[in-house]
Write a protein that binds this ligand. Structure first.
Ligand code: 4AD
Ligand code: MG
Length: 458
């Protein structure tokens, strides 16, 4: 594999390499093939001379063809590459007609590549992004395992809108219009598969909280679904979320855990994906390495919502959305705080109760809840979390105020009745974290097959 060669694990010797042609140039006498096998950012230059019995096959090679090449790996006299290969045998698995193959030598825009997402992983940028995505994911697992968290699997199909925001996709095995109606004219779900209305999860948190009460520290890591009709560069209809939940922990412990997790992931990726990060920096012209290192060196800034609003209302920037105590912080506000004001990852905490979900712990002031959002330069909110309301009466009162059916959700509320303990957790938007790490500016470009309004093609 090329990853082993470029990590100097294989000394110059007789080797076989199988992969795809990135580029090919040459003449009747000599061909130069850049081959990449997907295992790392670097390709390998292969030199084939016309004495090869099937040189005619080699001459027909174009970008995208798949080959297996046997030959000698040697130190390269050329600049910019340590090794090159002298081919002894070339086997062609498959040609890729240059007239119809969607990827060509010339630079292609990210917009164009989204249209051909089925072949996007073959490009250098996207293979780097997806290798980083894999590394980030496994680093997250390693971090939580080291911290004594158990990996919990929470359901994808649920009856509860865990955020209470009404943004879920409904699940049914029927055509909705074919379901019978009740006497009151409402849809009768008794004939439906689960015999009650169900949806795709918007979060795994509620079930995560239940698991925490038995296992102390758990985290979920899976796809979540939101039917927010917002066609922005940071929203997906299907995104991956990591949600740790831990018992005997307050908001401060939560902030600390989130910072530790981000730092663990960043150092792991910087160490193991250096070449892939280089590719991203070159393609996006966005030197993420600089601010990733900063995040490792300085603790994240912590600022209360009230202080944040104060800073925003005193600054000279003209925001599109007005700033006042009680306003929802929009992306422009979030980015001002972390990019211009603090120039650092920033944790905003203690938000007004009205802005946040029903399950957050109500502070003694009766106006704010123990919520936290972590804002990253270039992105805005990457993490949202809170200390959870562990007092049954206060939780019920807040749910009622928000019009949530407390009977249907008694399974959730009831854990407050049986050995309730302070507990906290947060949700990391995996794609937003990867955007921050790679410097990619559109969320559609950090997930292999993005689902957005009007787009579920591949
Ligand atoms: O802030 P959110 O909505 O929080 C929750 O879902 C909590 N249940 C988490 C918890 O406390 N366990 O979402 C968490 C994160 C956001 O900060 C954002 O990064 C990401 O999930 N996110 C999205 N990412 C992409 N597309 C969307 N539509 C997203 N909605 C949220
Ligand atoms: Mg949020």
């Amino acid at each position: 594999q090329l990853s082993e060669i470029h990590a100097d694990k294989i000394p110059p010797s007789h080797i076989t390499i199988a992969g795809w042609v990135r580029t090919k140039r040459g003449s009747k006498k000599l061909s130069f093939i850049e081959i990449n096998d997907g295992t790392c950012a670097k390709s390998l230059q292969v030199i084939v001379d016309a004495s090869l019995s099937n040189y005619a096959d080699v001459e027909k090679l174009t970008t995208g063809c798949s080959v297996k090449i046997e030959g000698n790996l040697v130190l390269s006299p050329a600049k910019g590459q340590k090794y090159e290969m002298q081919a002894k045998n070339v086997h062609v698995f498959g040609y890729a007609d240059p007239e119809t193959f969607p990827l060509q030598k010339k630079e292609m825009t990210f917009e164009y590549l989204r249209e051909v997402a089925h072949v996007r992983p073959r490009t250098s940028t996207f293979s780097s992004v997806f290798r980083i995505r894999s590394r980030v994911s496994t680093a997250i697992h390693r971090f939580f395992e080291e911290q004594g968290f158990f990996y919990a699997h929470t359901p994808v199909v649920t009856t509860a809108d865990g955020e209470g925001a009404g943004e879920s996709f409904k699940v049914t095995n029927f055509d909705f219009d074919k379901l019978p109606k009740t006497k009151e004219g409402k849809t009768d779900f008794s004939q439906d598969f689960f015999a009650e209305p169900t949806m795709l999860c918007v979060t795994g948190q509620l079930e995560g909280e239940l698991m925490t009460m038995g296992l102390n520290r758990v985290y979920t890591f899976g796809p979540t679904f939101r039917a927010e009709n917002s066609n922005t560069s940071r929203h997906l209809a299907e995104f991956w979320m990591v949600e740790p939940e831990f018992a005997f922990a307050d908001l401060n412990d939560n902030m600390q855990l989130a910072q530790d997790m981000i730092r663990f992931v960043v150092s792991d990726v910087l160490k193991h994906c250096s070449d892939d990060i280089d590719v991203c920096i070159q393609k996006t012209q966005n030197d993420t390495r600089e601010y990733l290192k900063m995040a490792l060196e300085r603790p994240f800034v912590r600022v209360s919502y009230t202080e944040a609003v104060d800073i925003l209302s005193k600054c000279k920037t003209d925001f599109e959305n007005p700033v006042f105590w009680g306003c929802d912080l929009k992306s422009e506000h979030e980015r001002y705080l972390c990019e211009e004001h603090f120039k650092s990852p920033t944790i905003v905490f203690d938000y007004p109760e009205e802005l946040k979900a029903f399950y957050m712990y109500l502070n003694d002031d009766g106006k704010t809840v123990r919520a936290m959002d972590i804002l990253m330069p270039g992105i805005g909110e990457v993490i949202g979390g809170s200390q959870r309301e562990d007092r049954e009466d206060i939780l019920i009162a807040r749910m009622k105020k928000l019009g949530i059916d407390t009977n249907a959700m008694d399974w959730y509320i009831s854990i407050r009745r049986f050995g309730s303990v302070p507990h906290s957790g947060f949700g990391v938007g995996l794609e937003r974290l990867i955007m921050w790490i790679t410097g990619m500016s559109n969320i559609r470009d950090v997930i292999p097959f993005p689902r957005t309004p009007g787009n579920c093609k591949f």
